[in-house]
Design a protein around this ligand. Sequence first.
Ligand code: NAG
Ligand code: NAG
Ligand code: NAG
Ligand code: NAG
Ligand code: NAG
Length: 420
Amino acid sequence: LPPVTMSVAHIFLNFQHVLISALIHPSYCRTLEAFWLGCPSSMASSTQGSSGPSAKHTSVAFLKTHKTASSTVQNILFRFAERNNLTVALPITTCDHQFCYPRPFSAHFVHPHTTPPDIITNHLRFSRAELRRLMPNNTIYITILREPGAMFESLFTYFNQYCLSFKRVPNGSLETFLDHPWSYYRPQEKDSMYARNTLTFDLGGDKDRPSSEAPAYAKRFAAEMERVFSLVMISEYFDESLVLLRRLLSWDLDDVLYVSLNMRTPDSKSSLSSENTAKIRAWNAIDSVLYDHFNASLWRQLRALGLACVEREVQLLRQSRDRLVRSCFGGHLPPLRSAAQITNKELRPWQPSAKVEIVGYDLPVNMTQKGHVPPRDECLKMVMPEVQYTRLLLRSESLRYRKRFPLRIVVQKPSIMCRW
Ligand SMILES: *[C@@H]1O[C@H](CO)[C@@H](O)[C@H](O)[C@H]1NC(C)=O
Ligand SMILES: *[C@@H]1O[C@H](CO)[C@@H](O)[C@H](O)[C@H]1NC(C)=O
Ligand SMILES: *[C@@H]1O[C@H](CO)[C@@H](O)[C@H](O)[C@H]1NC(C)=O
Ligand SMILES: *[C@@H]1O[C@H](CO)[C@@H](O)[C@H](O)[C@H]1NC(C)=O
Ligand SMILES: *[C@@H]1O[C@H](CO)[C@@H](O)[C@H](O)[C@H]1NC(C)=O
């Protein structure tokens, strides 16, 4: 049934049924949503006229920033890549699961079995020129920012034993740090980027611009980033950001369903006084300008789309996610557990220190026992932490590469043939 032959009455009468079909059959999806939600259609800018929805965009560079819900976006991109047989650029093993962060990104950090890539999303320090060399020239650049107060509190807790600027602070007290940051912070230390203007650093900027120049620099830098990135998502408005992302890439609602990853337990979070928020913003002045700039820009885009329609699409997104979670895990999400309690090693998140608990999902025992249908692959992947997922993708992409270019292995490393 081609969507154009459906009358309005038909859609209303069978709304429940059609809505469910729409979620299963992507081809109905956009037409129906556009009708129901009253949003400008995501294919409005299609140049293909009546030949149907514009093709999904597949070249994406997502700059993964720290402590911003970026792991969740990465997981969405990983799963999209797998479903569509796309190549994800992955780090060489000596770079770990990040592209040798905090060194500025270089195309040399990319594993040769993962080129030429369609998507890049693992942590890296942004370098426009190097990414241009690597990625297709129609690549869409995306990143995500978080409110500086909440973000700094999160960094301080997460890296309290890892980053020297934080480790020196007596009693691990954020207040003590904020009262005299220069007593603990050393700009030249190799892990200092977690302790000041982390977003600016990740974006390739100068985190230590002297305060007299910082305001003008921050403005210039924000304008430059605005030219590079087609979308800067905002963690505080994550689902709203996904509405924009999906439109930008002409993806279906099903392509952006997610569950939150890499979170802390509620009791390792502390709430900030407005005084401390102000101190954090002063200390991270460049990040604060960036955040305010791109938060304003996000809301401009949302208003242009129509706030009522955005809200309805966010509801639709959450309903679809709940449905997927039900079908995956029979009822609700698997219980959140600390890493040590998670029996399935593939699902254990990385722990930065003993003082902060990052939680992950464990599968209910009855789902992993013999005799029970194991959860579908797509369900497992949705709750898989980034380190394990990165390893898994590297394995499958290497396999594909070797099938495509068997001769290259023989020439380069004959011994590998034996192991396969
Ligand atoms: C991906 O590749 C598999 C195996 O080669 C194939 O069966 C499948 O149809 C492909 N999917 C897409 C979306 O191209
Ligand atoms: C991308 O760049 C290559 C080489 O620089 C060029 O041949 C090609 O036409 C470009 N493609 C697009 C879509 O601009
Ligand atoms: C650290 O904590 C101890 C015990 O709670 C307290 O006696 C001490 O004054 C604290 N030090 C600082 C610098 O706050
Ligand atoms: C983001 O911008 C909106 C719209 O201007 C504003 O209402 C909101 O308070 C801002 N959010 C934060 C966290 O600053
Ligand atoms: C697994 O066990 C839990 C609690 O015992 C139960 O609620 C759930 O329905 C079971 N799931 C499956 C798939 O059997």
